[in-house]
Design a protein around this ligand. Structure first.
Ligand code: SF4
Ligand code: SF4
Length: 366
């Protein structure tokens, strides 16, 4: 009873959710078809019907910090079987988008990366920092002769500054994740058997195998595209870490025959293919893949630009292109956008979904 008294509708939240999802939330007639067809919903308190009722009432406090929102893998089956075309899959996705902003600390970072009006500022921040580093190092002049990135970009200073800022952003994100964990515990407390030890390896296996995507009935091909992007991105991070190490040990630049260089190019191919599939699916099959908003395209385009600029930087070095240094600058901005801003964009699902899976499995919610 006290729970009902304490929860307040938030109409601004409801309006925003409706806008993000493109859904007429009041059209839901609570038939429960969506929960019945969802192959990921647990038998006990299944989703997404209850979330649709809460959305219709604007119950932000029930939706943000709700573990089930993150168990959904946006397969779209519920939307396909909704008799009122209320698009529950897009509504749940909208709640996840609003969660990134809700948990962002400082709040400004959440706003910066969720509203198109702030895009110029989001690009200007890394540009100003990089130009500041170049000025500090006194290398702010394009060198003559064959392309040598290290003569223009002070790798030690750049890597050190980027690493420190990334660490700072991720520590700030950890504060948000901590609050998310508390909210999940409050909203979906452990049952009588309490919480079990965190099933880290089980959840890792679930993520790596993409087993939740296999249950998808409507969005065929989604699993393959996500796997290509996921493993391509992971490979690219590994290669980048090796490249940073190579700058420290002065084995940089890497020759084209270096195994890490070959792996990096393979990772780029995987990412291009995954991104191409995802973009094609979103553009060609809107009725099945739902509404694609700013955060969806920001993610796909920023990863695409990161990979493309990386490939061009490599070609420009081998071909001694005159725009090589400008390409490198744009690559650094793309690195900032994808890696440093990660917890505050849709890519933050890497942290939030993993945390939610750990919590759900530790309380026996399957
Ligand atoms: S979202 Fe659609 S399927 Fe789900 S309860 Fe509402 S009307 Fe029924
Ligand atoms: S999108 Fe798929 S996983 Fe998510 S609630 Fe709907 S049916 Fe379930």
């Amino acid at each position: 009873m006290s729970e009902i008294v304490n929860i307040q509708p938030d109409l601004a939240f409801k309006r925003e959710l409706s806008h993000l999802s493109g859904s007429q939330l009041n059209q839901c007639m609570q038939c429960g078809n969506c929960s019945a067809v969802c192959s990921l919903a647990p038998a006990d308190r299944p989703f997404p019907r209850k979330e649709m009722i809460w959305s219709g009432w604007g119950l932000k406090d029930k939706l943000i910090g709700n573990v089930d929102v993150w168990l959904c893998h946006q397969c779209g089956d519920c939307s396909s079987y909704c008799p009122r075309d209320v698009k529950p899959a897009d509504v749940i996705s909208g709640v996840r988008q609003l969660s990134y902003r809700h948990y962002a600390r400082p709040r400004f970072l959440g706003k910066l990366l969720s509203e198109p009006a702030y895009l110029p500022l989001a690009i200007a921040i890394p540009l100003v920092v990089i130009i500041g580093i170049l000025s500090l190092a006194g290398t702010f002049r394009i060198p003559e002769g064959p392309v040598d990135y290290s003569a223009f970009f002070p790798h030690g200073l750049l890597n050190g500054t980027f690493s420190a800022i990334t660490l700072g952003f991720y520590l700030l994100a950890a504060l948000g994740i901590g609050r998310f964990w508390k909210d999940m515990k409050r909203q979906c407390p452990p049952g009588e058997s309490g919480m079990h030890r965190l099933p880290v390896f089980k959840v890792l296996g679930e993520i790596l195998s993409h087993s939740s995507f296999s249950a998808c009935g409507t969005r065929k091909g989604g699993k393959v595209a996500h796997m290509l992007l996921f493993f391509g991105f992971a490979l690219l991070i590994m290669v980048t870490l090796y490249a940073i190490w190579a700058t420290v040990t002065h084995h940089y630049p890497l020759p084209i025959t270096n195994p890490f260089k070959i792996l990096g190019n393979l990772a780029s191919l995987m990412i291009y293919t995954g991104l191409g599939m995802m973009s094609w699916q979103r553009l060609r099959n809107k009725s099945v893949f739902g509404k694609s908003g700013y955060s969806d395209w920001l993610l796909l385009i920023s990863i695409g630009l990161l990979t493309l600029s990386g490939s061009l930087v490599q070609l420009a070095r081998f071909g001694d292109w005159s725009i090589a240094y400008h390409l490198y600058l744009s690559h650094l901005v793309a690195v900032w956008f994808v890696i440093m801003y990660l917890p505050f964009t849709k890519l933050g699902h890497i942290f939030y979904r993993t945390t939610a899976l750990l919590y759900a499995r530790s309380i026996g919610r399957k």
